[in-house]
Design a protein around this ligand. Structure first.
Ligand SMILES: Cc1ncc(COP(=O)(O)O)c(C=O)c1O
Length: 454
């Protein structure tokens, strides 16, 4: 009679078995390991150990930003606050779907639009309005067809597509990124195998811009480098150059033959005005520079999960723009084939319709206004309650969704461990996740962490 075999998965000891199979009494048959069992009467026992082919895959660390939300969910405290991820919340701290988005979606339902594939470059109506919104509809580069616009997977996907383009066509160039910057920038360029280095940006002594350091580092970089710039509302610091400083930056970048690469994730969200927030990009375009701009509608239209954005490459001729666009499409095709349609239609409907466009601007002003109000309230409480005489006015000088508190890693951890305030370890808090009624609690937490943790 054939011996029977009882397979059992013993995952915990798999590594030990692999290291020393003989001592443990294990044999190998194909890809399976077997305990060499004793014969008991006529039944022979053997235990198969399923060793995963993925044994060498190590556990990845949680994402420094999205991991904060996971930790927040697991906390059962009533007072907990999630100031980690940059997503807008109402005064009741609930997610918000804009009224204009609902209206645009209703229109789409009424029209009964189909779900056919989009072309690789995305929805034509979206690509038109997104470039108009960014550069201004009357901008000469738009009118003369000098912009290659490709709809992509929100800001991240647009940056990633541009990174693949840089890797393919500028293999010797490096990208200069601000120190600090949005955490995903480094991941994007690393994965695209684009070398990068940092330029100084943040001055911890003033909790402000280290403009001289920034200029010096951009000047010292090899000619023809790409310079990644946050178009407005710098993430994580909330500190933007002034118009005069943008002009000086443009001078240096032009002298050095660098290629500006703008990341515009907050147009309209920083100041409440779409035009004011496009100042930096339009200035560089006016000067005749060729440049790249990644756009996102996650924040300003609250379309986080729709993954809608674009990469725009401004070229010095329409002919170059056509060639660049063809290559962007060629890169996109094997990555994700073509982009999703739903968010593109929402943007096209809102930006392309004068009534909805005006309503959007009003809603955006409301959102930006709410964030400005909590910023002011937080500053008021910090100044009133902190008796040490520390100057907290840097909070009011910052702009956009975020505030860089100047808290270090240990102090930020204390905010979470003692006060249940969830934030990134670099001291950044998202004011979009704060309500007026929670400002006093947050101020107490910041004062305690700042003074009592070294
Ligand atoms: C500076 C910056 N760039 C790009 C993004 C991309 O966001 P998304 O991929 O959701 O558009 C973000 C989001 O937080 C950001 O802060």
């Amino acid at each position: 009679m054939a011996s029977s075999v009882a397979p059992l998965a013993l995952s915990a000891s798999a590594a030990a078995i692999r290291e020393n199979p003989k001592r443990i009494g294990v044999g190998k048959r194909g890809d399976n390991l077997f305990f060499k069992g004793k014969a008991f009467g006529r039944v022979r026992m053997a235990v198969a150990v399923n060793v995963s082919r993925f044994e060498s895959v190590t556990m990845a660390p949680p994402d420094p930003i999205l991991g904060v939300s996971e930790a927040f969910k697991a906390d059962t405290s009533d007072v907990k606050l999630n100031l980690g991820v940059g997503a807008y919340r109402t005064e009741e701290l609930q997610p918000y779907v804009l009224n204009v988005v609902r209206k645009a979606e209703n229109l789409m339902l009424e029209r009964g639009e189909n779900k056919e594939y989009l072309p690789i470059e995305g929805l034509a109506a979206f690509n038109k309005v997104t470039a108009d919104l960014l550069f201004g509809a009357n901008n000469i580069v738009v009118q003369e067809g000098k912009v290659a616009t490709v709809q992509s997977l929100s800001g991240t996907g647009s940056l990633r597509l541009a990174a693949a383009f840089i890797q393919r066509y500028f293999p010797d160039a490096k990208v200069l990124i601000s120190s600090p910057t949005w955490g995903n920038h480094k991941n994007i360029f690393n994965d695209a195998r684009v070398p990068w280095s940092e330029y100084r940006y943040y001055d911890p002594r003033t909790v402000g811009l280290d403009f001289d350091g920034m200029l010096a580092d951009i000047k010292a970089a090899p000619d023809g480098s790409f310079v990644l710039l946050h178009g407005c509302a710098h993430n994580p610091t909330g500190i933007d150059p002034t118009p005069e400083q943008w002009n000086k930056l443009a001078d240096i970048i032009q002298d050095k033959n660098h290629i500006p690469f703008f990341d515009v994730a907050y147009q309209g969200f920083a100041s409440g005005s779409l035009d004011t927030d496009a100042y930096s990009v339009r200035l560089f375009v006016e000067r005749g520079l060729e440049l790249l701009v990644a756009q996102s509608y996650s924040k300003n239209l609250g379309l986080y999960a729709e993954r809608i954005g674009a990469i725009n490459v401004v070229c010095s001729s329409s002919d170059a723009a056509a060639r660049v666009k063809s290559q962007l499409k060629r890169l996109a095709r094997p990555m994700y084939s073509n982009p999703p349609v739903h968010g593109a239609r929402i943007v096209a409907n809102v930006v392309g319709d004068p009534t909805l466009f005006n309503e959007w601007k009003q809603e955006m002003e409301l959102m930006a206004g709410r964030i400005k109000n909590v910023r002011q309230r937080l500053f008021d409480y910090l100044s009133r309650k902190d008796k040490s005489g520390k100057d907290w006015s840097f909070i009011l000088k910052q702009i956009g969704m975020f505030s860089f508190t100047g808290l270090n890693k240990a102090q930020s951890e204390h905010m979470t461990n003692k006060w249940h305030v969830y934030m990134t370890k670099d001291g950044r808090i998202s004011l979009a996740g704060l309500s007026l009624s929670k400002c006093e609690y947050l101020a107490d937490a910041i004062i305690d962490s700042f003074h009592n943790v070294s």
